[in-house]
Design a protein. Structure first.
Length: 459
């Protein structure tokens, strides 16, 4: 506290000692005022969102609507078909939880109401859902008691769909619910290994989407439709629909620099995993392939951060990255037995595990399996030139997420030999090696740990 000089007192007056706090300078007050005025105005703006692969680019503006409060539940005034009893609805709910990975992005939530609405309001959707639910339940229980009933519902779904398509009503023939049924039939055909029927359904879907004006015209289910297109292409090897010409090859996301991967706590220091050898390898790859790698790396990094911080992944952006990555990888062509080709196939397998699988669901794509088998089993020379952590990553992705069980023994033997040569003796060490390549903990840890610990137990 600064003291002011004592004022001289007049005769007979009481003397006061006046003290005042040190006042801030005019400049200090000016800075304080300026900081309050500018608060929040100089913050760094987020980077612009990448343009959509499946939308026309026009932003949809939400209007402020006055919504009357609901009375009762979502379906209080909707007549529920007799076939959808409580037991059937519970089976459908279980099926929904099991198939959430292919239909939505990680950590995405959709209400029961929006999911069940087409089932209770559309006859074809209802019969297809009953068909696939009974087939799924039979496969889970290992029985075939409801096989005949399932086929009856399948026939009714097809009959309703054919009548709708033959009616001449273009709006009904290309409605969201009609497209949803055809998507379901395509998925079922893929699951049953009926690739010819899956391809026929895809041609029909492509025609419907074209009549509607493209994928951007679908307000819902365009994420699922894009993924089904990719699944059919991975399974049949045929050309993909949409984006076949004028494909953009630039990175979809802003790439981040690769950092040194610190070994997990408690791991041996004899095998320090760095990104330098992988970086050197990446510099030798085709630039278009490198940009796909950058996008997958950034997407994986973001997914790991979201999981650790309990955040929700941007589902639309997640879907767009998946479409962009798969279409570019499917349209790239390299000679067999080259580093570019085996990396392209490895990235397709990894992208499949990231965007098309999850929650215990494993989708085997026939054409991708055949291509990877060719490169992994006949490309011994090229494998020996790859960084060891990349080879480990390739083996684990193939065993855990891509190839059929019949191919596992050969790959497990090769993986065992590689782990022994690198001196890796624990799951933490092997995981650190794979994380130096591409990895999403939530999606890859569980299945991969089973593979690695099983192989290590045999060394």
């Amino acid at each position: 506290m600064a003291r002011t000089p004592a004022l001289p007192a007049s005769e007979g007056d009481t003397l006061f000692i006046i003290t005042t706090p040190s006042a801030p300078s005019v400049e200090a007050r000016r800075k304080t005022i300026r900081s309050h005025v500018m608060r929040g105005k100089n913050r760094e703006k987020p980077p612009p969102r990448p343009s959509s692969w499946t939308s026309s680019g026009e932003d949809e503006k939400d209007g402020a609507l006055s919504i009357t409060p609901k009375v009762g539940g979502e379906f209080s005034f909707t007549p529920i078909p007799d076939e959808l009893g409580p037991e059937v609805m519970e089976t459908v709910r279980r099926l929904r939880r099991a198939t959430v990975a292919i239909q939505f992005g990680p950590a995405t939530v959709q209400s029961d109401a929006s999911w069940f609405e087409p089932i209770v309001s559309d006859t074809a959707c209802m019969h297809f859902t009953l068909f696939i639910s009974k087939v799924w339940l039979n496969s889970m229980q290992g029985t075939a008691t409801d096989k005949r009933q399932a086929l009856v519902h399948h026939g009714k779904a097809l009959s309703t769909l054919q009548q709708r398509l033959a009616s001449g009503d273009v709006k009904q023939a290309t409605s969201d619910s009609t497209v949803l049924v055809v998507l379901g039939l395509t998925t079922a055909a893929l699951g049953f290994g009926d690739l010819a029927n899956a391809e026929n359904h895809m041609r029909g879907l492509h025609k419907m989407a074209t009549m509607r004006g493209g994928l951007s015209e679908f307000k819902t289910k365009k994420q699922l439709q894009g993924k089904i297109y990719i699944c059919v292409a991975l399974s049949t090897g045929n050309n993909t629909y949409f984006f076949s010409e004028g494909l953009p090859w630039k990175s979809y996301l802003v790439p981040k620099p690769r950092n040194l991967i610190t070994p997990a706590p408690g791991t041996s220091n004899s095998y320090r995993v760095t990104s330098s050898s992988v970086d050197g390898f990446l510099r030798c790859l085709d630039p278009r392939l490198r940009r796909v790698w950058d996008d997958l790396e950034e997407c994986s990094r973001s997914a790991n951060i979201a999981t650790q911080c309990n955040l929700i992944v941007d589902t639309e952006l997640y879907h767009e990255v998946g479409v962009s990555v798969h279409y570019r990888l499917l349209h790239l062509r390299f000679d067999s037995g080259t580093a570019n080709e085996i990396t392209r196939l490895g990235l397709m397998g990894y992208a499949s595990s990231l965007f098309l699988q999850g929650h215990g669901i494993k989708m085997r794509h026939k054409h991708l399996c055949e291509q990877l088998e060719r490169e992994m089993f006949s490309g011994g020379n090229i494998l020996s030139t790859l960084p060891p952590q990349l080879c480990i990553w390739l083996y684990v992705i193939c065993i855990g997420f891509v190839l059929d069980d019949r191919d596992h023994d050969v790959l497990r033997a090769a993986l065992s030999q590689l782990l022994r040569a690198e001196g890796l003796t624990s799951w933490d060490e092997v995981r650190a090696a794979m994380k130096s390549v591409l990895w999403v903990n939530e999606l890859h840890d569980a299945a991969s740990r089973q593979v690695i610990e099983s192989v290590l137990s045999e060394i």
